[in-house]
Design a protein around this ligand. Structure first.
Ligand code: MG
Ligand code: ZN
Length: 227
């Protein structure tokens, strides 16, 4: 089989890895736990953030970086919840990269931040390849997308440590077999945790929130050990 090398793409990814590593050092020095949140457009990333912030903002310092092709609509939604939010517009670009995160970080005051959530551009393809310096990659699959997404976009399902299946309140009305979703994700990613949630009703949020709280506490301890 003919194989075609694409050095340009490889170089871009290598340069991005360097920037991501710089970001990671910054996060670790500050003791901030960082999530890269990914999904298709409309799966519920911003809604998940709103609900998560409502539940945790009294106890945990939260900041958000919003990635979108255009508009600052999502950052405004997050700011209404009383936390810092910076909007990155990629101007047509279909993923965030390490450099964009460095620029966004300059606009954030990280002093009292324990948790930084980066909402990536809605896309199941290249966000999976661009590390941002995050500690964990999280993805949301909406039941309205059907149960075949893991077959079509395997890399995204392989790299995430938590896979949130959202809009489970709609399960009676859509063709999405949860047994198939679990089986297909399990075949790609045996260690990934699958959590069924509804951002609309709040169902299933308890394990998600405690997962975040445990991670944040762990990273705070790392900071305490350093200083
Ligand atoms: Mg959004
Ligand atoms: Zn892209």
């Amino acid at each position: 089989m003919a194989q075609i090398n694409v050095p340009v793409v490889r170089n871009i990814l290598q340069a991005n890895e360097r920037l991501a590593a710089e970001n990671r050092r910054k996060f670790d020095d500050a003791g901030i736990f960082v999530i890269n949140l990914m999904s298709s457009p409309g799966a519920g990333k911003t809604s998940l953030l709103e609900k998560t912030i409502e539940a945790l903002s009294g106890r945990i310092g939260i900041a958000v970086i919003e990635g979108d092709i255009q508009s600052s609509y999502d950052a405004e939604r997050i700011q209404k919840k009383g936390v810092q939010a910076v909007q990155i517009n990629t101007d047509g670009g279909c993923h965030l990269d390490g450099n964009m995160i460095q620029i966004a970080l300059d606009a954030l005051d990280l002093a009292n931040v324990d948790l930084l959530i980066i909402e990536n551009v809605g896309n199941l393809v290249c966000p999976a390849e661009f590390n941002l310096g995050e500690h964990e990659k999280i993805m949301i699959l909406s039941v309205t997308e059907g149960d075949d997404k893991p077959l079509k976009y395997p890399l995204m399902f392989q790299i995430c440590s938590v896979l949130l299946v959202n809009k489970i309140d709609l399960l009676p009305y859509v063709d999405c077999d949860m047994a198939k979703v679990r089986e297909r994700i399990g075949q790609l990613n045996a260690k990934g945790r699958i959590l069924e949630v509804s951002c609309k009703t709040g169902e299933g949020f308890a394990p998600w929130l405690s997962w975040i709280e445990e991670k944040v506490a762990g990273h705070k301890k790392l900071r305490a050990g350093k200083h």
